[in-house]
Write a new protein. Sequence first.
Length: 392
Amino acid sequence: MKKLVYMDNSATTPVKQEVLDEMLPYFNIKYGNPSSIYSLGSHSRTAVETSREKIGSTINAKGKEIFFTAGGTEADNWAIKGVAYANKEKGNHIITSKIEHHGILHTCEYLEKQGFEITYLDVDEYGVIDLNQLKESITEKTILISIMFANNEIGTIQPIKEIGKIAKENGVYFHTDAVQAIGHIKIDVDELNIDMLSMAAHKFYGPKGIGALYIRQGVKIDSLITGGAQERNRRAGTENVPGIVGMGKAIELAYENLDEKNEKLIYLREKLIKGIFDNIDYVRLNGHPTNRLPGNVNICFEFIEGESLLLSLDMEGIAGSSGSACTSGTLDPSHVLLSIGLPHEIAHGSLRLSLGDFNTEDEVNYVVEKLIGIVARLRAMSPLYEKVKEVR
């Protein structure tokens, strides 16, 4: 059987056994509809509310401020569209950044077609927004600022507290896409002045297809999905009880011994980065060198294509991802890498390796060893690299 080294935890994580065990009874034993008034349904309702309280407590929010969704993208759509439509009499201006997840960017592009004005903030070479540009972009028509907590590709963590302070001082709602951060970074929505926060369970060892949107009490927001009275009349549809139970257990586990887990991840991350830089030339670390997600490593390898690198790694049993979007039918490199100033030819050679709770030091050594050989082989086929070697 081929060795498997999974280093794509930013894409999704495996469901932990304790999470699965907690979920299983709600598929075929405690299967009642939580909207039903008989006892089988009330068991499900209690489970849903217990998870709601667990999730709220991890970010210092009230349980009633947590609304379950089908994932992070739905939560992003709801936050952006819901505030836009509910507050259009006040203004039509939204501020976001150029490196947001497409769940934000494509939603903003949709709203532009509806007559809303969107400001896309620049970022520096590390992927950090300019707080002065943010302040200068706010107008009397600004109703929402949406800046991601940590970038899904390069791992950079934004100055969330400062952004929240600016938003509050100007009477503007602040939403953050915290899909990559929740479960990995301690978050206090009051301390950070966050009004809405998106999350997804499958990023912290919970099931896919379940997420949540934190909505601070008092935020004026329209519903995205209408129909029944679920989620206190704000998000219609029968609740995904097993998923909600799994999400509650997963977030509980995520914040147990968080500092110890992050210490381990940072050690492995730095070992991986050092191993690559010590043995391979013409490489570039993307994102902030220290203020980044504990398990995120994003590196560009010059003179090779990211897709070729990924396929070669897969043949060695290593799962990672590329910043290039070629696999989705376009030849454009990552919008994030272009926004931090990388030229197309370098951005095309990106590799994201994201470490998680189950990765080991031996796996890091294995990945570095295989990368050395793969990069050498791919560059041997590159005319550009041959020219560079001749100059040297």
